[in-house]
Design a protein around this ligand. Sequence first.
Ligand SMILES: Nc1nc2c(c(=O)[nH]1)N[C@H]1C(S)=C(S)[C@@H](COP(=O)(O)OP(=O)(O)OC[C@H]3O[C@@H](n4cnc5c(=O)[nH]c(N)nc54)[C@H](O)[C@@H]3O)O[C@H]1N2
Ligand SMILES: Nc1nc2c(c(=O)[nH]1)N[C@H]1C(S)=C(S)[C@@H](COP(=O)(O)OP(=O)(O)OC[C@H]3O[C@@H](n4cnc5c(=O)[nH]c(N)nc54)[C@H](O)[C@@H]3O)O[C@H]1N2
Ligand code: SF4
Ligand SMILES: [Mo]
Length: 752
Amino acid sequence: MSQLHHRTCHLCETMCGIEVEHDGAKILAIRGDKDDVLSQGNICPKATGLQDIHTDPDRLRRPLKRVRKNPAEKSLDDEWVEVEWDEAFDYAARQLAGIQREFGADAVGSYCGRSTAHNIGALLAVDPLRRIVGSRNVYTGSTVDQMPHNFVWHHMLGHQFFGTVPDINRTKYYLMLGTNPKLSNGAMMSTGANPYKKFDEIRARGGKTVLLDPRRTESAPYVDEHHFIRPNTDALFLLGLIRTVFARGLATPGRLGAHIEGWDVIEPMAARFDMDRISDVTGIARADIERIAVEFASAESAVCYGRTGVSMVEFGGLCQWLMQLLNIVTGNMDEEGGMMFPLTAIDSLSLASSSWDRYRSRVSGRPEFSGELPMAVLAEEILTPGEGQLRGLIAIAGNPVLSMADGTRTEEALEQLQFMVSIDYYLNETTRFADVILPPVGPFEKSHYDLFYHLYDTINWAKYAPPLFEPEEPGHTDFEILAEVLKRLAIERTGSPVRKWLYRRTGDLVRRFVTVERVLALGLRFGPYGKGLNPFKKNALSLKKLRDSPHGIYLGPLRKCLPERLFTPDKKIQLAPRVLLDDLPRLRARFFEGGEEARQADSEFDLKIISRLSNRTLGWMHHSHRLVKGRNPCRLMIHPEDATARGIQSDSLVRVTSRRSSIELPVTISDEVMPGVVCMPHLWGHGRVGTRQRVANATPGVSMNDLTDVSVIDELTGNAVVNGVPVRVDAVGKAGAAEPAHGDETVEEFVA
Ligand SMILES: Nc1nc2c(c(=O)[nH]1)N[C@H]1C(S)=C(S)[C@@H](COP(=O)(O)OP(=O)(O)OC[C@H]3O[C@@H](n4cnc5c(=O)[nH]c(N)nc54)[C@H](O)[C@@H]3O)O[C@H]1N2
Ligand SMILES: Nc1nc2c(c(=O)[nH]1)N[C@H]1C(S)=C(S)[C@@H](COP(=O)(O)OP(=O)(O)OC[C@H]3O[C@@H](n4cnc5c(=O)[nH]c(N)nc54)[C@H](O)[C@@H]3O)O[C@H]1N2
Ligand code: SF4
Ligand SMILES: [Mo]
């Protein structure tokens, strides 16, 4: 007899409600949950692939331990043996403790990839992980993603996670930069899938949507205006908008006037950037920039939002800052239809700290941010000998060999590690460098609450789902795995019998009494909608209520909350933090003082490559056969003029060469990209020696991050750069016969 289970898809930050139809342990179908408070039945194809992960025989269920052929070094043809959990935990803890005893705390580090953020158990363990390991070598996927957002929120609003979310449900003017919502379904703004439907609603209430992207993306057909913009030049476009807003007398601080610091600096700052030059560099007509500025400032409400195309670029920090400036100087901060702040049911902000430059990385002196260092320094910290060298790593829920810029360097570094523990489902491109792999329970074998992604809600709401299935084997959640490893690490590291006893006792108590459900119950009780210490409070939100509401509970629209909720010591928005102003000369030097021209004259790389999401899938979902069937999407998109100039034809195989490396792939010739720009999907490049993932390896593709360069980062925020990377493209032969269409059509095919 089939039954229905409701939960949230945890694959991306869109947080769609799914309905899982199952018969006992067998999943029959995954559909959109039409009663879900947020997504109302909308989902994307990726969610349906979760059932393949559930059943995939290659998904690890027991710990794997590497048996080295040569004890002195790892080799990719080393054997792996399944071991018992207890042995695996002990082995990991003993090895890591040994490294720390001999070389100090910093010799062991941690890395958390994107799937950590979608996993409440893993998230709850992140703080203890940092504290117990006690190392400065802390890395996360944030610095290959959204760090510029966090950096700007920290400096302007006082907390790295006090994030602004576009009030898409009420805005009258929606200006988007470097985001492709038709494929991504919106990032750092959770709407449920198909946010483009919201564009129709904006139009229906007399509003407008404008998109800037070097590619006429799948989202372009749904907006009122798409403009091509040259990669990495958005900061100038934004300065042009701000300059025009002031020049036309349209700047207004609005309600928050008394709570803004630095207003007077902005107009002269923007006035230093000449409009004609901005137009030349960005490729957008001056009249269009001025018109968009006036429309934006004159709209009843407006919001400017940008995502990975304006964060994973060399001026990512400046872009994120200037977008906030535009919103603020047009009176659209903390206003309906502008940028707003969700009020989450659990106050996750108070659980996280926010800091900058308290210490620096050992080798290249990069500042820490909120206790982490940029991923861009991970490899050098491993490869550079000396005191404090990173020798051991605990890596969780990420695949940096494919996802971090400069994948080959990441491989080189991971191979050199003395010891690596991976907490992951698969023996993949990254975990094959581990010494032990600890696989957590499957995606339906754990409870779910989006502790992190509710921070990007476009409505206030909350939802909880219990596990659907018991683990097939005596499995452990990410929380349990980390708790065990950390307990044993603390015990192993100390010489004191009293401490050993204390750590064992504390660890056992944690394992016994700290459960995700207890933490949630407490968090909800003391959150803004909970009972707190008042047992008589009516209608308070509780875990019990969430359990009884499997489609989630609506907690109201986004509400104004400034200046009260600001985290800055003076309760003012810092419009012009010194550290951001100080980055402007770098932008000027590049585009106003001949920097870009000098680089181009000096370079054999005459094209810029940008990234592209895969339509129907996402990094680790390449393990789902239904999501990857058909033609591999790894094709280089190139403009017809650029193709002709290089003798490239529609059936050509091309070599793309960057300063770092080269890859070969077939082409798609299309005017969907601007001349001078090429584009390809990322997170491919499977089929490597020593991996155990038959589905992903059957459609390998090539890795874009073999081209990207870790020595080029956003100097301000330390974020990796994966858009606008200089490359050369040459035809090298013919690609194989055209394969059947996959979900990565051109826009024309996509819309047809
Ligand atoms: N299908 C699918 N969906 C996903 C994911 C996935 O892997 N697959 N991943 C999820 C994750 S982790 C994230 S972070 C989000 C990302 O969500 P989005 O940021 O909305 O999606 P992207 O496609 O990365 O959008 C970046 C866009 O920026 C453009 N771009 C590149 N360089 C520049 C530039 O210099 N300026 C401007 N203006 N644009 C530029 C690119 O052409 C691209 O269209 O997607 C999430 N959703
Ligand atoms: N060139 C280029 N590179 C990019 C980007 C780009 O636009 N262009 N985008 C960047 C962005 S936005 C992101 S978010 C990153 C994504 O990059 P990563 O964070 O590396 O994400 P995935 O490749 O999806 O790898 C996720 C890993 O987590 C494991 N996993 C899945 N669920 C769980 C779980 O519950 N527990 C544990 N322990 N493990 C789990 C999977 O097996 C897989 O190994 O890529 C970045 N890299
Ligand atoms: S957009 Fe797709 S992958 Fe993201 S949460 Fe919704 S169904 Fe899952
Ligand atoms: Mo991401």
